[in-house]
Design a protein around this ligand. Structure first.
Ligand SMILES: C[S@@+](CC[C@H](N)C(=O)[O-])C[C@H]1O[C@@H](n2cnc3c(N)ncnc32)[C@H](O)[C@@H]1O
Length: 214
């Protein structure tokens, strides 16, 4: 990874407080274009107590499985306010808490399923391990964690376009195409169930579970 890409300023908390009121508008081309269709896939097969980690304005609400006991958290109060309004409009029962992924506000072994969409790409390298460890802590031993984020394409033309776009992605959404999440699975006590690209070679979904004590 080039140094310039590593030194991106990923000050997500401040960024999302600032852009909450226009987030849905800014993201609309992607949401309408392809994200909405992918969201159901992210929650497919999950049941019981589910955490939408870094829920933002609640774009995942449409995909929560029927009958699930849903909770959502976000570091940004302004994003959560939007999520609350969306839940009310949809008549959706969801517990929403302001809680940072690096210090989650739930006891150990709470959730059967945890989903983080487009969140770890906003978390700085030095906080990735702490955030993953917290997801592992609040996940039940037989639960599942799913993470989806962008990756740099290996194809030169797409990659070049992403590099041009990375200033916009970082400046507007405090996000990167080069999240370092995978480096910390082992340290966080997680093991990979499955990794796959779910949109060309630029959007990766990783399914994880807490590592069993040997
Ligand atoms: C790009 S938005 C994605 C929101 C939502 N998951 C979605 O798919 O539309 C990233 C969200 O992650 C939240 N976030 C970033 N870092 C966080 C952290 N350390 N703890 C909790 N939320 C965080 C931001 O406040 C923002 O709402």
């Amino acid at each position: 990874m080039s140094q310039s890409m590593q030194v991106e300023s990923l000050n997500a908390r401040k960024t999302y407080e600032r852009i909450a009121s226009i987030y849905d508008l800014l993201d609309a081309p992607y949401e309408i274009g392809w994200k909405r269709a992918l969201r159901r896939r992210m929650f497919d097969g999950l049941r019981g107590a589910i955490l939408d980690a870094g829920c933002g304005t609640g774009c995942n609400f449409v995909a929560y499985p029927e009958g699930a006991k849903a909770s959502g958290c976000d570091a940004s109060a302004a994003m959560l306010e939007k999520a609350r309004a969306r839940a009310e409009k949809m008549g959706l029962m969801v517990e929403l808490r302001r809680s940072d992924l690096t210090r989650l506000d739930w006891p150990d072994n709470t959730f059967d399923g945890i989903v983080a969409t487009f969140v770890f790409a906003c978390i700085e390298d030095r906080e990735q391990a702490a955030a993953l460890s917290e997801l592992r802590r609040v996940c039940k031993p037989d639960g599942e964690i799913r993470i989806v984020d962008y990756r740099l394409s290996p194809r030169p033309l797409i990659r070049a376009r992403q590099k041009l776009m990375s200033a916009w992605l970082n400046g507007t959404f405090a996000a990167t195409y080069t999240p370092t999440t995978e480096n910390y699975f082992d340290e966080a006590g997680l093991e990979v169930i499955e990794e796959k690209f779910i949109r060309s070679d630029v959007l990766k979904m990783i399914r994880l579970r807490p590592r069993k004590a040997s």
